[in-house]
Design a protein around this ligand. Structure first.
Ligand code: T5A
Length: 204
C-alpha cells in the first residue's frame, strides 16, 4: 500500500469529528494527499446500512448489528479505502473495526472470537497504520452530544453500556499498543490537538 490508513475511535461525543479536520490539515501540510470517510458508511450501500443501524425504532439483535457493521465495512474497504491507499492517499476514517469490538463486543456482549472470524474474512489481514483513541469519561461524552437532535440508537443506550464500551476500548489500546494511541480527550481542545498532531506526524 502506498498510502496510510488512520482510524479515529472513541465514545459518541468524545471528539472524533472535531479533530479529524485538524488531522487532515496536519497531513496536507506535510505534503500528502488525504481523504476522509466514515463507518458505518462511506459508500451508498454503507450509508443505507448506517441509516438502519442508527434508527432508534429498528429492532436489531446484537448479531444482526455486528453482521451489518461488517457488511458495510466490506463494501467500504473494497470500493473506497483500498483503492485510495493504492493511489497513495492518506485515508482518515471516522470509526473502524475497533468500534465493532467495543460496541458489539464490549457493549452488546458478542464474544471477541466471533467478531475475529468476521474480521479475518473481511479484512484479509488488513489493519490500520495508526488509530487515535479519544478516551473520555462517559458522563463527559454524553454531556457533549448535540442537544439539538434526538439521540440515535447507540446514543440512547444506558450509561452502563457506554461504560462497557469505554472499558473495551481501553483494553484494546493495551492489547494493540503498536497501533492504538490513547488520547485523554477530557482535556481542553488545544491540549488534545497537541497529541493529535504529535501522533499523526509519526506516520507522515
Ligand atoms: N458503531 C460504529 C458501532 O456500534 N459499531 C461499529 O463497528 C461502528 C463503525 C456511529 C455509531 O455507530 C456505532 C458507534 C456510534 O454510536 P458516529 O457517526 O461515529 O456514530 O457518531 P458519534 O461517535 O456519535 O459522533 P459524534 O459526532 O456524535 O461524536 P464525536 O465525533 O466523537 O464528537 P464531536 O467531535 O462531534 O464532539 C462532540 C461535541 O463536543 C465538543 C465538540 O465541539 C462538539 O460540540 N468537544 C469538546 N468540548 C470541549 N473539550 C474538548 N476536548 C472537546 N472535544 C469535542
Amino acid at each position: 500500500m502506498l498510502g496510510k490508513f488512520i482510524t479515529f475511535e472513541g465514545l459518541d461525543g468524545a471528539g472524533k469529528s472535531t479533530f479529524i479536520p485538524f488531522a487532515q490539515d496536519v497531513i496536507s501540510r506535510a505534503g500528502h494527499p488525504v481523504v476522509r470517510t466514515r463507518e458505518p458508511g462511506g459508500t451508498a450501500v454503507g450509508e443505507s446500512i448506517r441509516k438502519l443501524l442508527l434508527d432508534p425504532s429498528a429492532q436489531l439483535s446484537p448479531e444482526t448489528e455486528a453482521l451489518l457493521m461488517f457488511a458495510a465495512r466490506q463494501q467500504h474497504l473494497q470500493s473506497v479505502v483500498l483503492p485510495a491507499l493504492d493511489r497513495g492517499q492518506y485515508v482518515l476514517c471516522d470509526r473502524f473495526t475497533d468500534s465493532t469490538y467495543a460496541y458489539q463486543g464490549g457493549g452488546r456482549g458478542i464474544p471477541a472470537e466471533k467478531l475475529a472470524d468476521l474480521e479475518t474474512w473481511v479484512h484479509q489481514g488488513f489493519q490500520a497504520d495508526l488509530t487515535l483513541l479519544f478516551d473520555v469519561e462517559e458522563s463527559i461524552s454524553q454531556a457533549r452530544l448535540k442537544q439539538d437532535r434526538a439521540p440515535d440508537r447507540f446514543e440512547q443506550e444506558a450509561a452502563e453500556f457506554h461504560r462497557k464500551v469505554r472499558q473495551s476500548y481501553r483494553e484494546r489500546s493495551i492489547q494493540y499498543s503498536d497501533r492504538i494511541r490513547l488520547i485523554d480527550a477530557g482535556r481542553a481542545l488545544e491540549k488534545v490537538k497537541v497529541d493529535v498532531e504529535k501522533y499523526v506526524l509519526t506516520i507522515c
